[in-house]
Ligand binder design. Structure first.
Ligand code: OAD
Length: 248
């Protein structure tokens, strides 16, 4: 993989870096993405039947079981070289912020410390009525299980379509995108807003924007550098060139 000299120089000198990840960063761990032909989840399933509050009200069992299946997939998956490289990125820059749209928790399992989760986390469960996160509930045959506090249905703690983004996370992500020198967008189709707006905030502030994605996205024409490779190849390669340029 060819990494432009200019990009290496900018990365080696950068003090503040923000990274946004999407489903592509977990693809090499065997977690399916959403929109890729053949393999994407939204190619096989309809989001309006599985990932909206209305869908849950209509068929809570179906939605609970679909997320239980995904939770199992995630539990069996392991962080890949892309996740592991981002743990190193955290140590390479004085200011570093990792923002993810992924709900799989693989960045944290790899060892990343400071992760903003924009779309929640599939391993957490919360009450549908009261939004309260719960960690245990009675082991009955109810599907979905019932909230131990109010008796309402439990649901995964992820952001569904038609739902608001978590306020604090969005504010921190916006701030990190507005103030960084270099923004890296990895493995996201850059079409789901408001997460997709973040690289454009960086561009507006004059930051260098880099995209790592084997396929073009709406950001591709705007980004300063494009690395059309898999995250598991590009991210470790970037770590290596940054270290070499800094003599470490
Ligand atoms: P998408 O499935 O929309 O896009 C995945 C992107 O990853 C595509 O652009 C692929 O080309 C790229 N890709 C695939 N393999 C890759 C690899 N090995 N390395 C790097 N890139 C690779 O997933 P997201 O952009 O994350 O929201 O989707 C955004 C949101 O839409 C998700 O968070 C989810 C979904 O609906 C919610 O569930 C709220």
């Amino acid at each position: 993989m060819k990494i432009p000299e200019k990009l290496v120089a900018q990365l080696a000198a950068a003090k503040s870096v923000t990274v946004l990840t999407g489903a592509g960063v977990s693809a090499e761990s065997g977690v399916p993405t959403f929109r890729e032909a053949q393999t994407g989840l939204w190619e096989k399933f309809k989001p309006e039947e599985l990932a909206t509050p209305r869908a849950f009200r209509r068929n809570p069992k179906l939605v609970w079981e679909w997320y239980a299946w995904r939770r199992e997939l995630v539990a069996k998956a392991s962080p890949n070289p892309g996740h592991l490289a981002l743990v190193e990125w955290e140590q390479l820059f004085p200011q570093f912020q990792l923002i993810t749209q992924n709900v799989d928790g693989l960045h944290q399992r790899a060892g990343s410390k400071n992760v903003i989760e924009l779309h929640g986390n599939i391993t957490r469960t919360k009450c549908f009525d009261e939004n309260r996160v719960v960690s245990s509930w009675a082991d009955t045959s109810d599907v979905p299980p019932k909230c131990p506090h109010c008796g309402g249905w439990l649901r995964p703690d992820v952001v569904w379509f038609e739902e608001a983004m978590p306020e604090l996370e969005m504010e921190l992500a916006t701030q990190a995108s507005r103030t960084c020198e270099l923004f890296l967008s990895v493995g996201t189709s850059t079409i789901v807003y408001p997460a997709a707006s973040l690289p454009y905030l960086s561009l507006k502030q004059g930051a260098t924007v880099v995209e790592v994605n084997p396929s073009p996205t709406p950001l591709t024409n705007e980004a300063h550098f494009i690395l059309p490779s898999a995250a598991g190849t590009a991210l470790p390669a970037l770590v290596a060139v940054i270290k070499a340029a800094r003599g470490i």
